[in-house]
Design a protein around this ligand. Structure first.
Ligand SMILES: C[S@@+](CC[C@H](N)C(=O)[O-])C[C@H]1O[C@@H](n2cnc3c(N)ncnc32)[C@H](O)[C@@H]1O
Length: 195
């Protein structure tokens, strides 16, 4: 499986993350979901943040993230955490699975049968282009500290109105922090937090 190489979406989230982290304590716990090459996690580390975990579903990305010492976990979204939690009733352990910041440059395109299987997981969010993002928002909630925030990158092709509706249902507070227009789509970085 190919590892997603940073592109405009990665750079927009990276720029937003740099700005966002300026006012944050260096002690915050950060999770980079769908970390790929680790561009977002490395950006945080280069700015002095130390408590960084990465997750990806692609075993090749995990190997790379291991080499970079970015604490990778091979997982489909939060599934691995939820396995641990199911069998572990130690409150301290479960507390450790909460993060002050979760970043996710999500796969955000609707399914296209011409897309090779090898790269589909990097770009395709599901049949409609938002499914994985809705799952992420649902699963991320219990892994956010009370003051925790999410930086989520999506596209105009992933139907932002459906994603915003889900965010409202899940009682997230949200706003658009950054955006850019490309040839055939617009990219947005949302900040979401618990109400
Ligand atoms: C658009 S790429 C972003 C990569 C990198 N974060 C960046 O900004 O360049 C999406 C990433 O999400 C990962 N991914 C896709 N589905 C996933 C899932 N269900 N759970 C965890 N990671 C997933 C892909 O393997 C890929 O690395």
């Amino acid at each position: 499986m190919q590892i997603y190489q940073p592109a405009e979406d990665s750079y927009l989230l990276q720029e937003t993350l740099k700005q966002y982290l300026k006012s944050k304590s260096k002690n915050i716990k950060i999770l980079d979901m769908g970390s790929g090459t680790g561009i977002q996690a490395k950006t945080a580390r280069d700015l002095g943040f130390k408590d960084i975990t990465t997750i990806d579903i692609n075993p090749n990305a995990i190997k790379l993230l291991e080499k970079e010492k970015l604490n990778p976990i091979l997982s489909n979204l939060f599934t691995e955490f939820n396995h641990f939690t199911e069998f572990n009733h130690n409150t301290e352990f479960n507390q450790q699975q909460k993060f002050n910041l979760i970043t996710f440059n999500a796969p955000y395109l609707p399914e296209d049968e011409r897309e090779p299987e090898d790269t589909k997981q990097n770009t395709t969010a599901g049949e409609k282009g938002y499914e994985i993002i809705l799952d992420f928002l649902e699963q991320a909630k219990p892994h956010l500290t009370q003051d925790g925030e999410i930086l989520l990158l999506i596209s105009s092709l992933s139907q932002p109105n459906i994603i915003e509706k889900k965010a409202r249902e899940l009682k997230y507070n949200f706003k658009i922090l950054n955006q850019t227009s490309l040839f055939f789509e617009k990219l947005f970085v949302y900040k979401l937090s618990n109400l």
